[in-house]
Every structure is written in structure tokens, then in C-alpha cells.
Design a protein around this ligand. Structure first.
Ligand SMILES: C[S@@+](CC[C@H](N)C(=O)[O-])C[C@H]1O[C@@H](n2cnc3c(N)ncnc32)[C@H](O)[C@@H]1O
Length: 335
């Protein structure tokens, strides 16, 4: 490979966070929302968003260069198509809360080296999220915004047969309960999550028009039982946040909650068997080890082995192209 290609790639890697931080700063300052209905000049945006006028101009111009804003001939700024589609807080299909959460994770991500030396997260986010109402709201809404882009495709990869009772462990905003109830008309789901999360879950479920079929129940998934005689247990994007021991214990409690022939479904990002791809999964692994106490990623084979250890023989792996995630399903033996 010619040297200039290596140099270009190195630049891209080393300057990557400059791009991200510009997006986060514009979002945190509320620039996109302020420009929702009108184009403004730099002084007007800076005043409305609490920025110094001269320094603010540098930020807005960088936003233009990155395709997040547009600058007209009069020098007024407006949102780009991308920002109008994805970054306005109140817009359907927005990812504004998710971007705010990514911005919040810049600080803990700087502890990645320390976490890897210690072998565990040194700035774990769970207690911070639960202890800060604004962070919790952004986290749950943000995860839902992101999930909503592919939750129908994920639901299509989940075979629930004639299941009527689903338990969604650590279900957050209820994204997958909603998608599965839409796909399976006979299904009802209970989202199990920490108490402060559930008020947000109920708002999301209500606005999806599924309050009669998606219920909520307070639960500490590290300790509580997950129910009794249920048809299916979903563990979506939760096991990478926990140690292998906690994960195995959760799968055993899923087994105990299921009726014979009931199904456990694990959904999330998995490393390929070589552990060096896909790129996102390798970085997700670093993120899990940095943000969550005991967190780490699995390969699909490792997760399948964990399911087998918990009593589910021959788990089945299905890839979901739309989300680059996998669904791993196990069945509790009939007898
Ligand atoms: C990454 S989100 C996943 C949400 C959802 N399952 C999904 O796939 O989009 C992790 C969820 O686990 C929940 N959670 C974390 N610790 C928990 C605990 N000890 N007990 C119950 N829920 C917990 C969080 O509140 C959050 O809703």
C-alpha cells in the first residue's frame, strides 16, 4: 500500500475525535434545535446558545465543513439535510438523545487505558445513569431512538412461534417488546428494568399505542426472578454489560422462568470468531470494558456455550444485517 494511503488512514484515526467532538458540542449547545425554524447569523445563534460570538463562529463554520450546517450567501446558518432528518430533538426519527449520550461517554472513554490496566471499568456509568435524571432520560430515549431504526428487522429474526407471554429483561424503553408485539398479535410483554427507568418506558410504550400489551415491572436483573411459566425471555443488549458469572446466572434464571419448550433469546453485538472483526464489535468490546462493571463482548460461539451451560441445548444463531447484530435463541427442553 502506498505510504500516502497509510498517512491518510492515520490522519483519519487520529483526528476522528475532532469530528465527533464538534458534533457533540453543537448538539450540547442546542444549535440544531435553535435553527429548527429559521436561519440565523452567528451572533444570534451564539447569543441563544450561550456561546462567545467569535468562538461560536468557528464552531458553526466547522459544522458547515462537516455537513451538519449550511451557510447561505447572507452569512446566515441553517441546518443541513442530515441535521434536519436526525438531530432535531422533537422530530420523529431523531437521534438527538443518542448523540447526547455519545457525547457524555467521551469523558469515561478517556479512561479506557486505565480500565484495561486495572482489568475493570474505573468510571462505571450504571450508578451515574441511575443517579442523574437527565442522563437516565437521555440514555433510555437515546437507546430507543437507535434501536427503533432496526427493531422491526430484529423482531423478524426472532421466532416466537405462538408465544403469548414474553419477559424483556433490562428492556429499557421497550423497543423490542414494541416491535415484537407488533409482529406477533397474540403476544404480551413485561419489560423488567430498574424503577427509575420504567416511567420513561411507559411513556414510550403509550406513544406506540401498546400500553394494553407491553407492561412494566421493577426488577434488579442481577438478583430477581424473571417470572414463572413464561413462553419467552428476551435479553437484548444487556449481557455485554455484565461479567460472565452474572450473565450465566441471568441465563439460569431465564431457564427457571420459562415453561418447558419456552425460548430464551439473546440479542446484541458479537465478535466474529477471529475476535478482530467486525470493527464496530471490537470497539464495542473496549466500550463495554470501560463503561460497565464486568462488561465485555462475546463471540456467538462463546454466548452459545454460555446458553448450553445454563441448560439450553443447541442454540441457534441468526445474523440481522440491518443492525449488524445477532440473535441467539435457545429452547428449554420439553421435559
Ligand atoms: C443498553 S440498555 C438495553 C435496553 C434494551 N434491552 C435494548 O436492547 O435496547 C441496558 C438496559 O439494562 C438496564 N439495566 C442495567 N442494570 C440493570 C439491573 N441491575 N437490573 C435491571 N435492569 C438493568 C438499563 O436500565 C437499560 O435499560
Amino acid at each position: 500500500m502506498p505510504m500516502d494511503i497509510h498517512f491518510a488512514r492515520l490522519n483519519q484515526l487520529a483526528f476522528g475525535y475532532w469530528h465527533a467532538q464538534t458534533l457533540f458540542t453543537l448538539t450540547q449547545a442546542g444549535v440544531f434545535d435553535r435553527l429548527q425554524d429559521e436561519a440565523l447569523d452567528a451572533a444570534e445563534i451564539a447569543r441563544a446558545c450561550g456561546l462567545d460570538a467569535d468562538a461560536g463562529t468557528a464552531l458553526f463554520d466547522a459544522g458547515v465543513a462537516l455537513g451538519l450546517l449550511r451557510k447561505g450567501d447572507t452569512g446566515r446558518y441553517e441546518n443541513s439535510e442530515l441535521s434536519r432528518a436526525l438531530l432535531l430533538s422533537e422530530q420523529a426519527g431523531s437521534l438527538a438523545n443518542w448523540v447526547r449520550v455519545m457525547g457524555r461517554w467521551v469523558a469515561p472513554w478517556t479512561t479506557v487505558g486505565e480500565a484495561l490496566r486495572a482489568g475493570h471499568a474505573v468510571d462505571p456509568q450504571s450508578p451515574k445513569i441511575v443517579g442523574d435524571a437527565a442522563y437516565l432520560e437521555e440514555f433510555i430515549l437515546g437507546m430507543h431512538e437507535y434501536a427503533a431504526r432496526s427493531s422491526d428487522a430484529v423482531a423478524a429474526a426472532i421466532d416466537l412461534g405462538a408465544a403469548r407471554r414474553l419477559v424483556d429483561v433490562g428492556g429499557g424503553g421497550g423497543s423490542y417488546s414494541i416491535a415484537l408485539c407488533r409482529r406477533y398479535p397474540q403476544l404480551e410483554s413485561v419489560v423488567l428494568d430498574l424503577e427509575p427507568v420504567l416511567a420513561i418506558t411507559r411513556r414510550i410504550v403509550e406513544s406506540a399505542g401498546l400500553a394494553q400489551r407491553v407492561h412494566t415491572q421493577r426488577c434488579d436483573y442481577r438478583a430477581s426472578a424473571f417470572g414463572d411459566g413464561v413462553d419467552a425471555v428476551l435479553l437484548s443488549n444487556v449481557l455485554h454489560q455484565e461479567s460472565r458469572e452474572v450473565g450465566l446466572d441471568m441465563l439460569r434464571r431465564a431457564f427457571a422462568a420459562l415453561r418447558p419448550a419456552g425460548r430464551v433469546i439473546v440479542h446484541g453485538h458479537f465478535l466474529d470468531e477471529n475476535r478482530t472483526s467486525p470493527v464496530f464489535a471490537t470497539l464495542h468490546n473496549l466500550s463495554a470494558r470501560t463503561l460497565w462493571e464486568g462488561g465485555h463482548s462475546y463471540t456467538a460461539a462463546e454466548m452459545s456455550a454460555l446458553l448450553e451451560e445454563a441448560g439450553f441445548p443447541d442454540p441457534r444463531v441468526t445474523a440481522v444485517a440491518a443492525s449488524a447484530t445477532k440473535v441467539i435463541a435457545g429452547t428449554r427442553p420439553a421435559s
